[in-house]
Design a protein around this ligand. Structure first.
Ligand SMILES: NC(=[NH2+])NCCC[C@H](N)C(=O)O
Length: 204
């Protein structure tokens, strides 16, 4: 027979499990490659879907809604601006992503974004920040991706997203075409790096 106390514990366990197993998740594909030089990364969202990601998430108890893939286009005459490559295209794509993330959050879902190159962190984090005033970021990556337009050795925006998001670096970021919509939304203390092993001199 069950005591009152064990019944309370059991109920608590079941409600924890059902909370975990009824997690509402929205999937959005972001097939962007212009933040760096390899075309193939835009195939990421479809490749991840084909590899069985959705089934794995459902088996893990997620209640999924697939919002499909965003459509990104190259902006015309997207010249390099102070060494930064394709700023208009990458800025516009991230603006779209940020809006899409905010809509999914407004639907009451955790947003899982399938990229795409790492410049997408700009839209992903800013879209979430619009909903969570106390947002923290755990950045698991070999790269810090905190170059600024002046320190970037490659000019690729996938190596710079964090510098655009951190309030303390605002004065280091020039007014880039394509990014007028963006306001930094994180403090430096709100990000933790895990796994760094390839950091540029200007990022240190
Ligand atoms: N998310 C990445 N794969 N980042 C690579 C960045 C490489 C280099 N640090 C750069 O700024 O260009």
């Amino acid at each position: 027979m069950m005591s009152g106390k064990s019944l309370v514990l059991l109920n608590r366990g079941v409600s924890m499990i059902s909370r975990r197993f009824n997690h509402n998740v929205g999937i959005i594909g972001a097939p962007l490659s212009r933040g760096q030089g390899k075309e193939g990364v835009r195939m990421g969202p479809d490749a991840l879907r084909k590899s069985g990601l959705m089934t794995a998430l459902q088996t893990g108890g997620c209640n999924l809604k697939d919002y499909g893939n965003l459509k990104f286009e190259d902006e015309p005459e997207d010249e390099t601006f102070r060494n930064v490559k394709m700023p208009r295209t990458v800025g516009k794509a991230n603006e779209k992503l940020s809006q899409a993330v905010s809509l999914i959050k407004a639907d009451g879902r955790t947003c899982v974004i399938l990229g795409g190159d790492h410049s997408l962190a700009i839209g992903s984090i800013s879209g979430n920040a619009a909903f969570h005033s106390n947002l923290c970021v755990v950045w698991v990556d070999a790269h810090a991706d905190i170059n600024t337009p002046s320190t970037t050795p490659s000019g690729n925006l996938h190596g710079q997203p964090v510098s655009f998001l951190i309030k303390e670096l605002k004065t280091e970021i020039p007014a880039l075409p394509g990014f007028s919509w963006l306001e930094p939304c994180l403090s430096a203390k709100d990000i933790v790096y895990v796994g760094l092993r390839d950091v540029d001199p200007g990022e240190k």
